[in-house]
Design a protein around this ligand. Structure first.
Ligand code: ADP
Length: 485
């Protein structure tokens, strides 16, 4: 039997280009699918980082499109076949792939990502005469139009599509005037189509037109059916769920990239049998950030985009409490100015806490590994979290996650209640109401448990055995593709 051919259509892929968890998924899932004998490839826009890291590729086709001339090339990266869309007038911009240095979305994003969807659909029409996908797997709003273009093809034999929602908060909305430019027939601009509160939504296009919709954790798949987390799409999502066309599949982490035993990015490797060695990572982190070098204080870490969703304003409010309780704190993050300023000001303007708090603004892959390995608790207080990867990496590295009870965080962390500690299931700390007091309550529990180092160590070792590899999730995606075919 021929292997199934899957084309992942997406805007980023680790390690070619990453701004968040989407890239981790599109970097790891195709590899896991190759291991399961499916032929997975990836289609990416030719952003500078992608072209630089890809190295030499072969030209597949040059086409004139509604977004101008584009060249499609193909090469292998780390064993995975990758198509790159070369259209410098759209993609050759330094910095974020989505917005300018002032955080303003690029004006022509509808063309940049419309083209991504268009070429994804074109590959099913034979754009590459050597390879035609059986399944288009589109990720997030950037790729949503691929599903609409596919649905417009009238052949019964047309390629089936799966659309994965990584974060419903970003809907890719554009003025309806662009329908014609995007070669979208006007009748699709409809409530039963891709119209969303008076705009075109690429996200809605994916949800409405895909043959199957998935999202990245079972709890988030339920949460988006309600008004609080549905961003106005809850009606459509409920419909898709009632059709049996919405499934929550938990993301994994790349267990080669995130393995404390072999990770080249941390000063000292360790595993659950050599947990004592982990102390060297904590000390190195404390030294790097000019924190007091001690193991009597638990070190709370954060690695995050600094946006409202992530709930880090609650951490900012709780920082005096963490300090007074005798904790240390280190943050790596970048994003919205009010949060960047808030953390920086706290670190600089409180001489009493000097040596116990450190903040590094920016994006730094290697440092994110060092913080995961060197902290005792990793905080992920997100207001909502489709899946979340930092808490999974933290578990694997024996840094106990402290999380809000939402989405994938609820699916991956077991709270250290007295009962769960006794029955040997606890792996971290959960708070339920999304406010400062509740978060401080979880901090208090962590502080209390820190006093009993033997129990702490047992919880760490249990956390480290949790398996968040991609094998099982990749199998679940393959099951969905098979059903569609
Ligand atoms: P999201 O995709 O919403 O940002 P996830 O938890 O799914 O959240 O994935 C975030 C990924 O990006 C994790 O791998 C995390 O370690 C990484 N990350 C976030 N912020 C930074 C940063 N400032 N520097 C390095 N890595 C970061």
């Amino acid at each position: 039997m021929e292997p199934m051919r899957i084309l992942h259509v997406c805007a980023e892929m680790y390690p070619l280009l990453k701004t968040g968890g989407l890239a981790d998924v599109t970097g790891a899932l195709p590899k896991a699918q190759l291991k399961q004998k499916a032929e997975a490839r990836v289609l990416l826009p030719g952003f500078p980082a992608v072209k630089d890291k890809m190295g030499p590729t072969d030209l597949v086709a040059v086409i004139d499109t509604f977004a101008g001339r584009a060249a499609l090339s193909f090469g292998y990266f780390d064993g995975v076949g990758v198509y790159v869309i070369d259209a410098p007038h759209l993609f050759h911009r330094e910095g974020s792939p989505y917005h300018d240095e002032y955080q303003n979305a690029y004006q022509d994003n509808y063309l940049r990502f419309g083209l991504l969807g268009w070429i994804g659909a074109d590959l099913t029409r034979g754009l590459d005469s050597m390879w035609r996908p059986d399944i288009i797997h589109a990720h997030d709003w950037h790729a949503g139009l691929a599903c609409a273009y596919l649905a417009e093809m009238d052949s019964h034999e047309r390629t089936k599509s799966v659309f994965t929602i990584h974060n419903l908060a970003y809907q890719g909305c554009f003025a309806p005037i662009h329908m014609a430019q995007l070669h979208l027939p006007w009748y699709l601009y409809n409530m039963n189509g891709l119209e969303y509160y008076g705009q075109i939504s690429f996200m809605k296009a994916g949800i409405f037109f895909a043959d199957h919709v998935t999202t990245v954790s079972p709890t988030y798949a339920r949460e988006i059916l309600g008004p609080e987390n549905g961003f106005g799409m809850q009606g459509l999502l409920s419909l898709r769920a009632s059709q049996g066309r919405l499934t929550g599949i938990l993301n994994g982490i790349d267990d080669v990239v995130w393995d404390p035993k072999t990770d080249p990015l941390i000063p000292q490797n360790f595993d659950k049998r050599t947990l004592n060695a982990r102390l060297a990572d904590k000390e190195a982190l404390q030294k790097e950030f000019h924190l007091e070098v001690t193991n009597s204080k638990p070190l709370f870490g954060v690695v995050s985009r600094l946006v409202h969703q992530k709930g880090l304003d609650l951490v900012l409010e709780a920082l005096p409490f963490i300090m007074e309780q005798g904790g240390q704190f280190v943050l790596l993050g970048s994003g919205e100015q009010w949060l960047e300023r808030g953390f920086e000001d706290f670190a600089h303007n409180n001489p009493a806490y000097r040596g116990n708090v450190a903040v590094r603004l920016g994006y730094d892959d290697a440092l994110s590994h060092r913080i995961t390995a060197g902290s005792d608790v990793l905080m992920v207080p997100s207001r909502f979290e489709p899946c979340g990867l930092t808490q999974m990496a933290a578990l694997r590295y024996g840094s106990l996650p402290l999380v809000h009870n939402t989405g994938g965080l609820a699916d991956t962390v077991v709270n250290s209640t007295v009962e769960n500690v006794d029955n040997k299931t606890a792996t971290g700390f959960i708070f339920y109401d999304c406010n400062r007091d509740a978060l401080q309550g979880a901090v208090s529990r962590a502080m209390e448990l820190w006093k009993s180092r033997k129990t702490w160590r047992t919880i760490q070792q249990r956390a480290m055995t949790r398996n968040f590899g991609w094998k099982e999730s990749a199998r679940q995606y393959l099951d969905i593709y098979r059903k569609l075919l």
